[in-house]
Design a protein around this ligand. Structure first.
Ligand SMILES: [Zn+2]
Ligand SMILES: [Zn+2]
Length: 263
């Protein structure tokens, strides 16, 4: 039994072969040929093997998949696995649950797992910033421009690279932090964020709608579980979008708890 990585990749966790183990997964081509495909080269096995090549050789997805197909041309995996492995690559062959990429992926899975959009796991929602008094270092707080109610923190922003392609994944291997900061913000007029607790009643059981300030009901943005397009052209799925001109950025002062200073 082999485990590639935690929860996000549950679907890639499986037994490659009864006699095989990690050692069997050396990049040695003879080994690859002899061991992997005693049973038909099904998508899942191909994905597992590709993930191992990526991890052990620190190879990007395309390269690892290509190497495997050189040895075993009939090795094919479905698009779902390709997508997961590109995500895995973008995260640097690790799974970081606090990364924007991981959060976005987890949110995408929600619509598959909970098509009714009800009884969603609580951990999907970021803690309401009004309930936390202490700021983290370098944390920025976003408040309603009209009534000053705290809405979300910078750690809830799910940044994306600008563009019009279906996926934000870089094809070259890039450190996750770099991926998240390379996109210039100039053309994006909204923040796409993870859902925050105060949105819960609005989001449950509803596919799309407006996001209003929980205190003064000012219109802040919109949401759509099946995605919305950013002003830069990129589709974000699902989307919880807050217009930048409806909020003010405040730097949190860690030593003084909830006090904030306008940037
Ligand atoms: Zn954008
Ligand atoms: Zn407000």
């Amino acid at each position: 039994m082999v485990q590639i990585s935690p929860s996000a990749f549950t679907s890639v966790q499986c037994q490659i072969m009864p006699q095989g183990g990690l050692q069997a997964l050396s990049p040695n081509k003879a080994h690859l040929k002899g061991l992997f495909f005693s049973h038909a080269g099904v998508s899942r096995s191909v994905a597992v093997v590709t993930a191992f090549i990526m991890k052990t050789e620190q190879l990007p997805f395309e390269k690892a998949y290509e190497n495997l197909q050189t040895v075993k041309p009939e090795a094919k995996m479905n698009e779902g696995f390709e997508w997961q492995l590109k995500l895995y690559e973008t995260m640097g062959y690790e799974v970081d649950p606090s990364s924007a990429i991981y959060k976005q992926y987890r949110l995408q899975k929600v619509t598959e797992k909970y098509p009714e959009l009800r009884n969603l796991p609580q951990e999907l929602f970021a803690v309401d910033p009004t309930t936390i008094s202490q700021g983290l270092k370098d944390d920025i707080l976003y408040k309603c421009r009209k009534c000053r109610r705290s809405l979300f923190r910078s750690s809830s922003i799910l940044d994306h690279n600008e563009g019009s392609g279906p996926l934000a994944f870089a094809h070259k291997r890039t450190a996750p932090s770099l991926v998240l900061t390379t996109g210039s913000q100039a053309q994006c007029t909204s923040f796409f964020i993870e859902p925050v607790q105060w949105m819960e009643s609005t989001l449950l059981g509803v596919i799309d709608g407006q996001l209003l300030c929980p205190k003064c009901s000012a219109k802040l943005g919109s949401f759509n579980w099946y995605g919305e397009q950013c002003s830069c052209g990129r589709w974000i799925t699902p989307a919880f979008q807050i217009h930048k001109n409806r909020v003010d950025e405040m730097k949190m002062l860690p030593a003084l708890g909830s006090q904030t200073r306008k940037l």
